[in-house]
Design a protein around this ligand. Structure first.
Ligand SMILES: Cc1cc2nc3c(=O)[nH]c(=O)nc-3n(C[C@H](O)[C@H](O)[C@H](O)COP(=O)(O)OP(=O)(O)OC[C@H]3O[C@@H](n4cnc5c(N)ncnc54)[C@H](O)[C@@H]3O)c2cc1C
Length: 387
């Protein structure tokens, strides 16, 4: 079995896992999305179905409801999902990693099995109206009282909060301390008094984004994740996994479209307008660069390297590949532009968000410059008198 991009010439057990998954999938295919069924509700049904087969949380220890296998097993299943056009598992990977790293043992045993099973759906409450790229500038405040906190503030762009039961919330617990030591993480049940979730409809008709208003919401100390001040490293861990190219199945999905374009380039070469052939060529090169990079990152992860600032490279490469690919595909298959509910057009529209969610492309470049390449900051103009 060597027809998915991240297939390493798999060792026997991995090869068996892929085969078992394909056999299971043949008997439990992707369900039909019902007319008018909101996307997250459909994805939740799919999540539950995958979990019933044991295909969620492969690299999560068994005591937390996973299968205790390696990261490579998880990557292989994400790769298989993408290769058959099935959606990946919603928002599990990176939130689970954050909880495994920062939550206490009791909390992990309480939250992780339910998260993996889809019994609890989590959303991510990081961004605020004045704090997106500059997350450290957040102003939502959690004031400590005897055994609990009272939280006041507003979150923005919280994806699918209206379909979630719990929010991984960041709030400031100390106004005096430097920003990176004053942010704390909480697991906030969204049915708490004082929480208002207001969905925002985007121009493509989706209501993914929400505003979250927190009006003196009580959060118990037992719902704090890690110590006060751990919120910043937790956020960095979360976004590092979120930016990573491996767990999403995106690469296999891009591969299917690249193959479709390649067939057109071969069969209809003479009919293509000027320049389109070289655009297809560029898509192919971007895709191959991404696959090579993802293979290297998989090898690093297998060697025990945690996700870190290098994930910004993954995010940039994925964004570049995805945006160019869908732009080109719509030029090659213009009919699909007008197909109501057509998958290609929907994917094209969503690809525009890739350079914003999980941190914008400019911010990824800043991270690479500072934390990967250790380049000097240009924030101060050079002193003309210096020699
Ligand atoms: C589809 C989608 C889903 C999302 N889901 C969630 C979610 O579930 N939870 C959540 O918390 N957030 C979510 N977000 C929010 C996302 O994390 C923020 O939109 C993102 O971090 C950018 O913040 P901002 O929108 O406030 O833009 P700003 O930070 O205001 O940036 C505006 C522009 O200025 C540029 N800029 C800002 N600072 C710098 C700098 N220092 N150097 C160079 N350029 C800079 C940016 O690159 C951008 O082009 C989501 C966003 C999208 C698009």
């Amino acid at each position: 079995m060597t027809d998915t991009p991240l297939d390493f010439g798999d060792p026997a057990d991995l090869d068996r896992l892929r085969r078992d998954f394909r056999a299971w999938l043949a008997g439990h295919p992707l369900p039909e999305r019902r007319p008018d069924e909101p996307l997250p509700v459909f994805l939740h049904r799919w999540h539950r179905q995958l979990h019933s087969g044991g295909w969620v949380g492969l690299d999560v220890p068994e005591r937390y409801g996973g299968r205790g296998l390696s990261a490579l097993h998880q990557v292989a299943i994400s790769d298989e999902l993408g290769a058959c056009h099935a959606p990946g598992i919603p928002r599990i990977g990176y939130l689970a990693h954050a909880l495994m790293e920062f939550a206490g043992e009791d909390q992990r045993r309480r939250w992780l099995p339910r998260m993996l099973a889809g019994d609890d759906v989590w959303c991510q409450g990081f961004s605020e109206p004045g704090a997106g790229s500059d997350l450290a500038g957040m102003s939502t405040l959690a004031t400590r009282h005897d055994g609990h906190y009272s939280v006041r503030g507003q979150k923005l762009w919280t994806s699918y909060a209206q379909y979630s039961g719990l929010c991984l919330l960041l709030a400031r617990t100390d106004r005096g301390a430097p920003a990176h030591r004053s942010i704390t993480a909480f697991a906030l049940p969204l049915d708490r008094p004082g929480v208002t979730v207001r969905p925002l409809r985007a121009m493509n008709g989706d209501d993914e984004f929400c505003e979250l208003f927190l009006d003196d919401v009580r959060i118990e100390e037992s719902e704090r994740i890690g110590a006060e001040g751990d919120g910043w490293p937790l956020a960095m861990t979360t976004v590092s996994y979120e930016r990573n190219a491996l767990d999403t199945g995106h690469i296999s999905k891009y591969g299917l479209l690249v193959e479709r374009l390649r067939r057109v380039a071969r069969d209809r070469r003479g009919e293509l307008p000027d320049g389109l052939l070289s655009e297809i060529g560029r898509c192919f090169v971007d895709y191959e660069v991404l696959v090579a990079h993802a293979r290297r990152r998989t090898a690093e992860r297998l060697g025990g390297q945690a996700a870190g600032p290098e994930s910004s490279i993954d995010k940039l490469l994925m964004t570049r590949t995805e945006q160019r690919l869908y732009e080109t595909a719509l030029k090659v298959f213009p009919g699909e532009l007008h197909e109501e509910g057509g998958e290609l057009f929907g994917d094209y529209l969503y690809s525009r968000a890739a350079s914003v969610y999980g941190g914008t492309s400019q911010i990824q470049r800043n991270i690479i410059a500072k934390r990967v390449l250790h380049l000097p900051s240009l924030s101060k103009p050079p002193n003309p008198g210096a020699t």
